[in-house]
Design a protein around this ligand. Structure first.
Ligand code: PLP
Length: 449
């Protein structure tokens, strides 16, 4: 069962939680019990591949929702790309989460969610429309993940003049059940249109759903690669490791916290944020304040001034944060501080890290991964004895997605991965619609869906 962090709506099954996205009391769904995996079993994951580990973890939660065969089928289709972990130096590793179709870590959660949803919708014989607003990356991952899924239409709203050609093409070259709409405005306008549409009773028969990172179907699969990367590098049973996690909406980190509760031996999580420092400042001061408006940094997928998954994190430590960001009950802050240390990394340091990393290791990292690496170095500087502990650092996007920055800083041209090259060469099959106000958008929805 799952309950809402606001505790004012009924408990639901995984199926209901996936189909609803958010609870009606505006809280986030969270499992009432977290299954425990023994150290022996975790050590034995060393002999399993990614898909097998994914099954072992997910089946603990989803035994009642899927047969073994169906769950394996879903995993096989969704996780059809590798998640390798490579030694960089001494005890420090990078786990590459950027090998999916849109070269972003969001592919993991979005693809699993798409497959879960499709299965449930077919079973229930209902249709849904996924409406999502994007500032760039999420839209591509969602569009690619839901492309040709049955019983699902996808509408993505993006700020027409504020995203790169490649980002746009990830949404506009698919066709079929994917409709990409360029808005004459900013990301905030896209979000406002989506919000208005969800609340608009004239549109209720469209069965609109969101596919953002608050959906538990997207969050839970993000525990998988913590187990996978861990089992790739450890030598002893119960060996503890450090994870450095580039964080924006804190979905990635929350996946890790769930893995730890399931028994994964984690010494510490480093939550690496850019100049949006609401979380490290919360850990330091003990009270929470959003960063408003959010600060613009080069690690743009992390420009978040109030992380949507923070309510879950606070709940895991027995506190209550409501949807507006009010801390209604204090969590056990010392326990959080024990598990997580958080550093804010400036753009200047991020850029230096990209340059240094290339000079030292002859490897390019993207701005998000660089924030994570910089935070690891700060941690090891503060706690020198912990350099003896292995660390896993997530690379959350391919550097080729940020060519100008990378070329400017390193004078190297990042190699374009196959999946991006394919998208680059594709024709845009639908001219993006240009809609300037909510009324036009609503009329468009009513006419076409
Ligand atoms: C979304 C994203 C992040 C942040 O992940 P959260 O789960 O929102 O904390 C980091 N890097 C990249 C490339 C992303 O797309």
């Amino acid at each position: 069962m799952l309950y809402s962090t606001n505790k004012r709506s009924p408990n639901v099954s995984f199926r209901e939680a996936v189909l609803k996205g958010q609870a009606s009391d505006k809280g986030l769904y969270i499992f009432d019990k977290i299954p425990l995996i023994s150290n022996e079993e975790i050590f034995d994951f060393k002999s399993l591949n990614l898909k097998e580990i994914a099954f072992e973890i997910l089946y603990q939660y989803l035994e009642e929702d899927f047969t073994e065969k169906i769950l394996k089928n879903i995993i096989n289709k969704a996780l059809n790309f590798p998640i390798p972990t490579k030694l960089i130096t001494d005890n420090n590793y990078i786990c590459y989460l950027d090998k999916g179709p849109t070269c972003s870590f969001k592919d993991v959660g979005a693809r699993m969610l798409a497959s879960f949803m499709e299965y449930f919708l077919i079973e229930e014989d209902i249709k849904t429309i996924i409406l999502t607003a994007t500032s760039g990356d999420t839209g591509g991952a969602v569009a690619q993940a839901f492309h040709n899924k049955k019983n699902i239409e996808v509408i993505v709203l993006y700020p027409k003049d504020e995203i790169s050609t490649l980002q746009r093409k990830q949404m506009t070259t698919l066709g079929d059940n994917i409709t990409a709409i360029g808005i004459n405005g900013k990301f905030d306008d896209c979000q406002r249109f989506a919000k208005n549409a969800f609340a608009d009773s004239d549109l209720s028969q469209l069965n609109l759903t969101s596919a953002n990172s608050i959906n538990i179907g997207r969050l839970l699969p993000q525990a998988i690669y913590y187990f996978k990367s861990y089992s790739d590098i450890i030598e002893h049973k119960n060996e503890k490791v450090i994870f450095s996690v580039p964080s924006g909406n804190f979905g990635n980190l929350t996946g890790g916290l769930i893995a730890k509760r399931m028994g994964l031996p984690v010494k510490r999580f480093i939550s690496a944020v850019n100049e949006n420092d609401e979380f490290p400042s919360f850990l330091a001061k003990g009270y929470y304040e959003k960063v408003q408006p959010s600060r613009v940094c080069i690690s743009n997928a992390m420009n978040v001034g109030h992380p949507s998954n923070l309510a879950r994190l606070i709940e895991l430590y027995n506190g209550h944060l409501d949807e507006e960001g009010n801390l209604l009950k204090n969590p056990d802050i010392n326990e959080i501080r024990n598990d997580i240390i958080s550093y804010s990394i400036t753009d200047e340091i991020t850029k230096e890290t990209i340059i240094d990393f290339n000079n030292k290791f002859d490897i390019l990292i993207d701005p998000h991964g660089a924030v994570g690496w910089a935070a690891l170095l700060r941690y090891q500087n503060e706690f020198p004895t912990e350099e003896a502990i292995k660390s896993i650092n997530f690379e959350t996007a391919d550097p080729a997605k940020f060519p100008e920055q990378i070329i400017n800083l390193t004078h190297k041209h990042p190699k374009i991965p196959n999946s991006l090259e394919i998208i680059r060469q594709k024709k845009e099959t639908q001219i993006s619609l240009e809609i300037a106000n909510y009324h036009d958008f609503k009329t468009f929805l009513q006419k076409n869906f």
